[in-house]
Design a protein around this ligand. Sequence first.
Ligand code: ADP
Length: 726
Amino acid sequence: MSRIDISKKVLIITLFIFAVLTAAFTLTHSMQVSNILELEQNDTLKNVERVQNAVSTEQRYLDYMVQDWACWDDTYKFIEDKNYKFIDVDIQNQTLTGIKVNLMVFINNAGTVVYAKSVDVDTGKEIPVPKELLKMVEGGNLLTKSENDTIKGFVLLDKDPMFISCHPILTTKYQGPSRGTLIFGRYFDKALLQDFENITRSSLLMYRADLDMPPDFQNKLENFSEATENIVIERRSKENISGYFEFKDISGQPALIVRVDFPRDLYLSGEKTLNQMYLFLLLTGLMIGAGVKFALDRLFVSRLVEIDDFVTKVRSEKDISKRLTLEDNDELFRLAREINGMLNEIYLAEQELKSQEREKKVLLDSLNELVVFVNPDLNIIWANKAALEYMKKGLQEVVGLCLKSAPVISDLSENMQLEQIFVTGSKKSGESTSKDGRVWFVQGLPVTEENGKIIGILETCREITERKTAEKLLQEKQIAEVANRTKSEFLANMSHELRTPLNSIIGFSELLHEQAYGELSEKQLRAVGNISKSGNHLLHLINDILDLSKVEAGKLELNYKDFDLATRLKTIQNLLSPIADRKNIRIEIDMDSKLNSIRADEDRFIQIMYNLVDNAIKFSYENSIVKIGARKKENMVEITVKDTGIGIKAEDHIKIFKPSSQVDSFSSKRSKGTGLGLSLVKQIVNLHGGYVWFRSSPEEGSTFAFTIPINGNKESNGNIGLNQKT
Ligand code: ADP
């Protein structure tokens, strides 16, 4: 589709132009030839007319001569008197020779020949008067009828045809009456014909119509009436053209047919010139055609072929680093430059595409998700690193495999019906569990071309086992929380119902103990004392349970008010001093002088402090000190309760703030508690927007501490307890 075609097209165009030119030349040629033929026809007509004129001139000469002789007094007289002197003087042989007249016949009015004489004008000798002529005279054919009547024309005599001119015989002054007819004759013989040939410079051939004629003459005889000016032109050969015309006799019948032959010089030289011109033009056309083709091939086609070859080579070798070099600063050069520019841009675009592809590959390879790209037949085209690792195969091994039969990964998309993506055009997703028990989120995305045609599917598989487990746990936790809240609500209600009878038990047992209803034995007193103690313990327990339940049920509301911190700490000291005194323990307060009033739920604050200080006393050895510390930390107040008691074992630290966590059996034996105190402390502190923690070592003692905002603003997030070990 390269070299041959374009060159062929140029050849066809050249040939077409050449053919059109040739047709134009041929048309012009034939027009010119017909022009020449017309010219030749007209020229021949003129030449024939010249011959006709020459013959007519001869006839007119004879007419003139006969008129001259017939209208002459001597002749007029001679017819009457037959004076032979006239003959002797005026009608000598030389006279006839001189005026080139062959025959003279003098006829009187009676039709009798007065005198007749015939001479050979070439030799000057007298010859007999032709008898046929005299017969015609006798027949009266040649006699004039009036003074104005003349007869002229040819007569066909046996020897030769003859010009005849007859005139009435009148006086010199052309007066009548006519005394007869004078006939002059002139033979139209070969000599005269020769004269005509010489005058007209043509070749003449003459036949008598009363004798046999060659066929062409015979032929023309019938056509004269239709011809222009009675001349028939015939091109008899390539070299000769002939004109035919006829002479009529005196009775108007065809007498002589004359053919004038001319060489076709005009036609031949015209045709020659035309042919030369035609040949010259053809040759010029051929040379121009060949030259144009050569020039086009060299200047245009060969360079186009060069460009075509270059483009084909670049395409077949897929090598876009090649560049085209063309010379001349014309359109082809610019085309080559544009091709080079395009190649540059393709090269750059290819590089960019490659780097983008690399980036994409790196990106996809870095994903934990399995990514597989399949074609419309679901055959794998590409898979990322994670997918290959999952399949335990190399890329080359899996490319071309059908996704449905590919190792391991086929299980994940088993129920996905990915083919439907090609019908619906929208993505499909679902969950799938692999044989090893892992849960996967599988998604198939249609990959489309710019026109929207789907060319493949990008399948991604993300493992969601952990998320699934977490979701399950969360669900379980939510169920547990609901159950817990229900339990707390139940406990709150129950505690309330329990306290009413319990208050009555405590009240009456105390009344009994104080012996308000009469004296009791020591054993009874001890029993009633136990009832009262157990009742109080139970009440304390129920109160704690109620508070905790309220907190857990979200129903415990704080009653904020401003109060003096020092006063409240003193209150605690006073409240618990009697218990401390029993073990000879001193309660000391060390308070930051900058602290005075704080804003919190006063009752709950006392409850917290009571619990902590009570615990400190409970778990301290005798003769020791419990220190209460209070200091300002930015906008928080930090309260510490420090003892030098039994301390808490490291393994128990984690349980401390959980409900019912009496960490040591021996301590519970020694100091009765509910096991709910600390967890209540934590909840109340948290409700205030503070947090609680402790430090403790066995046999060295413990320090419990908490912070709450000074002005009651829950700006600090202290919802979690922070256990710290020493
Ligand atoms: P209880 O009412 O039994 O004291 P708490 O919640 O107040 O319940 O305390 C839980 C447990 O934490 C106690 O039984 C004790 O074992 C331990 N404990 C609390 N405070 C101290 C402390 N100051 N020294 C040693 N152990 C303590």
